[in-house]
Design a protein around this ligand. Structure first.
Ligand code: URA
Length: 255
């Protein structure tokens, strides 16, 4: 219906109707509400439970280490493989990887335990007080790290507060150590302290083991007191001296 009323008249009419109690306006044509589209709220379709994410396969760090180590075809590649190995907790607290020092291919390979504060800073094994004592011990039998020994550690990262490395840390880094020995091709291994004996000989008890030739990775091995221990227990230097002479004799083909 076309309206001929102006705004004010229309408004006045509406107000009047409201005053009379009108609550609903009715059109000119009847509405069949049964024909209207059903807009009533529908029950929601049940929401599918989110798919449970597949459980990640548990990683075996020793297996990862073995694969990474055996894939390294040179000392540089081994260093790289160790540097990118992500499963050893020690890596997080250390400044850098401490790989090796000395001469790769030297007859004697010395294996210590783990870097300390000085080694962590410099990125080289045995550069702190224990390292200086090691250099003096080597000099006593005419060996020099710049010329005729190669030096590394079981663990390439400094343990926090120099704590003892955990068995699982030793276990997962041992494949790298074994590969390190294979690539450096020494003739004799010197293992210093219990951690190194554990990693390479599978046994501890340095006081009993020291000075007695053993065998690991098809090489002769001589366990010795760790220089850090000798700094704390200087009276043990006598035995260390005997072990150095034993090593010297072996190098000269006399043992
Ligand atoms: N002690 C170790 O066993 N290795 C180092 O490099 C330094 C201290």
């Amino acid at each position: 219906m076309e309206s001929c009323l102006d705004y004010y008249a229309t408004r006045a009419l509406l107000d009047w109707q409201i005053e009379l109690g009108v609550t609903e306006s009715i059109g000119d044509e009847p509405i069949n509400r049964y024909d209207l589209p059903d807009t009533s709220p529908k029950p929601k379709a049940p929401v599918a439970a989110p798919a449970t994410p597949a459980k990640p396969e548990a990683v075996d760090p020793v297996a990862v280490a073995k694969a990474a180590a055996s894939g390294a075809k040179s000392l540089e590649a081994l260093r790289e493989a160790m540097d990118t190995f992500a499963y050893c907790e020690l890596k997080r607290g250390a400044r850098q990887l401490v790989f090796a020092d000395g001469v790769p291919g030297a007859k004697v390979m010395i294996i210590g335990e783990a870097p300390g504060r000085d080694e962590d800073r410099e990125g080289k094994p045995f550069v702190g007080r224990a390292g200086q004592l090691l250099d003096r011990m080597l000099a006593a039998i005419d060996l020099d790290r710049a010329q005729n020994v190669y030096i590394t550690n079981v663990l390439p990262w400094r343990p926090p507060q120099n704590r003892d490395p955990k068995p699982e840390e030793i276990g997962m880094m041992t494949p790298f150590l074994e590969r390190h020995v294979a690539l450096a091709r020494p003739e004799i291994l010197v293992v210093m302290g219990n951690i190194s004996c554990q990693a390479l000989l599978g046994k501890r008890g340095i006081t009993r083991l020291r000075g007695n030739w053993d065998q690991a990775l098809d090489l002769p091995v001589i366990p010795m007191f760790h220089p850090a221990y000798l700094l704390r227990q200087p009276q043990m230097k006598r035995q260390a001296w005997a072990d150095l002479l034993e090593l010297k004799a072996r190098l000269r083909g006399g043992a």
